[in-house]
Design a protein around this ligand. Structure first.
Ligand SMILES: [Zn+2]
Length: 344
């Protein structure tokens, strides 16, 4: 087991690596973990914690914490942890070796020169949207032909694969190996493409991890930018392949940035709040507020309120943006059906 602080601050959360997996823990959680040396009872740990840090934690919470550590495979003599955990109910995909080969072939896409070129495209696309904003708005508001709706679904697969491959390539550039790339289910019915880049937690510099979490978004933004510039140059706002690419990729960016989905937005927010797995902490904090003491996704007898509250606030502030975008698309689809273009 190796333990490292996420930042230099004294009470910074820690990143614990064990059996090839990474766990985020607050200083307090780590203290409890260390105090559980097999000789102290939960009651003794509780008193120790109260006298040393003034933290009032019940024996029951400590017992739950211990149970959670057991589930995670972090207790000596317990079950070894599963090597990888994508958090998905079901998944199918490439092997680690196949994923590595595929991502290696895309390394040129995460080189500095390519990244600068991508950034230039994105800036140019933003400028194009600004100068033609009334045309863009009309294209969104008056709806899309049926072929655009079908196109969005079809294009979703290759663009999502490229998004995941860029995560993997960004990790390889930093000297770590990705896990599997594949398709899985979130909940009973929502399919998602994933790549396991959990090894990014082995990188000790924040910018390197942010690079890995952000590479997928950069991919989507670049594809969206290419689509936008194409539409701007040929006047194909509202129809055609370029417009489909714009809608598909902007949709993914808006969804992916939402921390509630636990995707790239949650990882980026964790870095911004200097708290690994911050959304798990937010969930644990909300459960304590609602009066139910449950240990969070990451074992959590106590929570670090400030970063967690900031993360919660940021998540809430983002929801109207996401809702606005979804509403716009629903409005567009409704207009499509009303205008009869849906069947034409
Ligand atoms: Zn991603």
């Amino acid at each position: 087991m190796s333990i490292r602080r996420a930042t230099d601050a004294q009470d910074a959360p820690c990143i614990v690596e064990y059996g090839g997996r990474f766990f985020g823990m607050s200083s307090d959680e780590l203290y409890v973990l260390r105090a559980l040396d097999g000789t102290r009872t939960p009651e003794e740990v509780r008193r120790h914690l109260a006298s040393r840090q003034g933290l009032l934690v019940s024996t029951r919470e400590i017992e739950r914490f211990v149970a959670r550590l057991g589930e995670l495979g972090l207790l000596e003599g317990g079950e070894a942890p599963a090597k990888r955990d994508t958090g998905l109910r079901w998944s199918v995909g490439l092997s680690e070796a196949q994923t590595y080969r595929l991502c290696t072939s895309a390394l040129w896409l995460v080189r500095p020169a390519t990244t600068w070129a991508m950034a230039v495209l994105v800036v140019a696309a933003v400028a194009a949207v600004c100068t033609q904003r009334s045309t863009v708005w009309n294209a969104l508001a008056t709806g899309f032909g049926f072929e655009v709706l079908v196109g969005i679904v079809i294009l979703g697969i290759p663009t999502a694969a490229l998004h995941e491959i860029l995560h993997g390539a960004a990790l390889i550039v930093q000297g770590e190996r990705p896990g599997r790339l594949g398709i899985g289910l979130v909940g009973p019915v929502t399919p998602v493409m994933f790549i396991d880049v959990g090894r990014a937690w082995a990188l000790d510099q924040v910018w390197k991890r942010v690079w890995v979490w952000g590479a997928g978004l950069m991919c989507d933004l670049t594809l969206a930018a290419i689509g936008v510039l194409w539409c701007a140059a040929w006047g194909t706002w509202g129809h055609g392949l370029a417009w489909m690419i714009v809608l598909t990729t902007v949709w993914r960016v808006v969804t992916n940035v939402n921390p509630l989905w636990g995707g790239d937005g949650a990882d980026l927010l964790s870095e911004a709040c200097k708290t690994p797995a911050v959304m798990g902490k937010v969930a644990a904090w909300l459960r304590t507020l609602s009066g139910r003491w449950l240990v969070g996704r990451i074992a959590s007898p106590t929570v670090t309120p400030r970063a967690v509250r900031v993360a919660f606030l940021a998540t809430m502030l983002y929801q109207p943006i996401h809702f606005g975008w979804v509403s716009l698309l629903v409005w567009g689809v409704t207009n499509t059906i009303r205008s009869g273009r849906f069947l034409s």
